[in-house]
Design a protein around this ligand. Structure first.
Ligand SMILES: Cc1ncc(COP(=O)(O)O)c(C=O)c1O
Length: 422
């Protein structure tokens, strides 16, 4: 299997895994709860959970059945369908900012449509994002993520984008630095269509006042604020980061956890802005094209409704937060005993280990960490039987992770550290 994969897939990967040692590339065959098995029958504790899209757990029978039942009546209509309308209704009642909504098939499409919409309704051309942020596979989503900026420049680094022109259209600010961001917004207000932010920037919490400060300045200057809630949506709270951090943007992008593992994305926001995709404006300058062939298919929507129902059951968010807190504490205890300079980052059911003694508030701080050590630790964990994304290094917990998995992970983590240090 591995040889066939090697012949077919660049880097023996379907994207962003970067496993150096070919013999340790797992080719996943099945999953159940918080575990996956590879094509050789080796079992792993899953700490990536399909990059966070399987928040309930693998092969959940309720989600499976909901999707299966929907599929019996047709898998896609590329049109409004009953599941799509019901799901839209649910999201509008859950999400603080959604008055109107459209469905797509991925987080990439959702953030891309938010930015296009912001540009067409404002008539302005520039976007401001935060250094190190990933918002999906479109050029603006990648700009200044692969390589940080030249420190003297607020223009985006275009590495990995295949789109040199984003240097002119994307401005980049340091996350959690409200003063620098405010100055950049003010200076460019006449050209700035939107500010896009992942409220929990990868695994970095917003410092007090940062998100509310962004909201205030964008509101004052009439600039659209977009929350990329592809990761935080339905994960930090049912109402996502908007509910959890208490700040309401103009537009929001969802994906990942919403679909329970099925492909889905959605973008929504105020009626005034969302009317920009209304086809009655077709061919006008303030119209934004939006159409997704498989976006909002009834199978993904049915899976999403089952996911929301499971998540909204009593105390599931409390459980996710408790799990995350205990997990970060457990990592901290092991690393302290190991006398490594480190930080454990994260919020809710997310965690990341970074090797530096410096407090990390943004990607620039992160840049000084020993990234190679982090990567080697992740690669060793895979050998020990922990499945994760060594390049992403963010670890995702799910409702299927329990005491048993945490205990096993702890042993494997200690053992991986020992091998690294020997
Ligand atoms: C914050 C964020 N936004 C957008 C995306 C893109 O989502 P997708 O991979 O579904 O296109 C991702 C994916 O990892 C993400 O982490």
């Amino acid at each position: 299997m591995i040889h066939r994969a090697k012949n077919l897939f660049p880097g023996i990967s379907n994207g962003e895994f970067g496993i150096i040692d070919e013999s340790s590339v797992p080719i996943i065959q099945s999953g159940d709860g918080a575990r996956v098995w590879d094509s050789n029958g080796k079992a792993y504790i899953d700490m990536t959970m399909a990059w966070g899209s399987v928040l309930i757990g693998h092969a959940n029978p309720v989600i499976r059945e909901a999707a299966f039942n929907a599929a019996k009546n047709g898998t896609n209509f590329a049109a409004l369908n009953t599941q799509m309308v019901e799901l839209g209704d649910q999201i509008a009642s859950i999400s603080p900012c959604v008055e109107k909504i459209r469905f797509v098939a991925s987080g990439t499409e959702a953030t891309m449509l938010c930015l296009r919409l912001a540009r067409s309704v404002s008539g302005k051309s520039k976007i401001l994002k935060f250094e190190g942020a990933y918002h999906g596979q479109h050029p603006e989503g990648i700009a200044s993520m692969v390589q940080l900026n030249d420190r003297s420049s607020t223009k985006a680094n275009t590495s990995g984008t295949g789109a040199p022109w984003v240097k002119e259209s994307v401005l980049v600010a340091p996350f959690n630095d409200l003063e620098a961001t405010r100055a950049l917004i003010k200076e460019n207000a006449a050209d700035l269509a939107a500010v896009i932010v992942e409220p929990l920037h990868r695994c970095l919490k917003p410092v007090d006042g940062f998100l509310s400060g962004l909201r205030k300045i964008t509101q004052e200057l009439g600039i659209i604020l977009v929350f990329d809630e592809v990761v935080t949506g339905f994960r930090l709270a049912l109402g996502g980061a908007q509910e959890y951090y208490g700040v309401k943007p103009d537009l929001v992008a969802y994906g990942k956890a919403l679909g329970g593992g099925f492909p889905i994305g959605a973008f929504g926001g105020s009626e005034e802005i969302m009317e920009g995709v209304n086809e009655s404006r077709y061919s006008k300058l303030n119209y934004s094209w939006s159409a997704s062939t498989t976006g909002g298919n009834p199978v993904s929507c049915a899976a999403a409704m089952a996911t929301i129902k499971l998540l909204s059951e009593q105390q599931n968010f409390e459980k996710l937060h408790r799990l995350g807190r205990e997990f970060r504490k457990q990592l901290t205890e092991i690393l302290v005993n190991n006398e490594e300079p480190f930080q454990v980052l994260g919020d809710g059911p997310l965690a990341q280990v970074v090797f530096t003694d410096r407090t990390i508030n943004n990607s620039r701080d992160w840049g000084v960490a020993d990234r190679n050590k982090g990567l080697l630790l992740m690669l060793q964990l895979i050998k020990e039987g922990v499945f994760l994304n060594p390049m992403g290094t963010k670890m995702y917990l799910s409702l299927s992770h329990g005491a048993k998995e945490m205990e096993e992970f702890s042993d494997k983590f200690s053992s991986a550290l020992k091998s690294l240090n020997s």
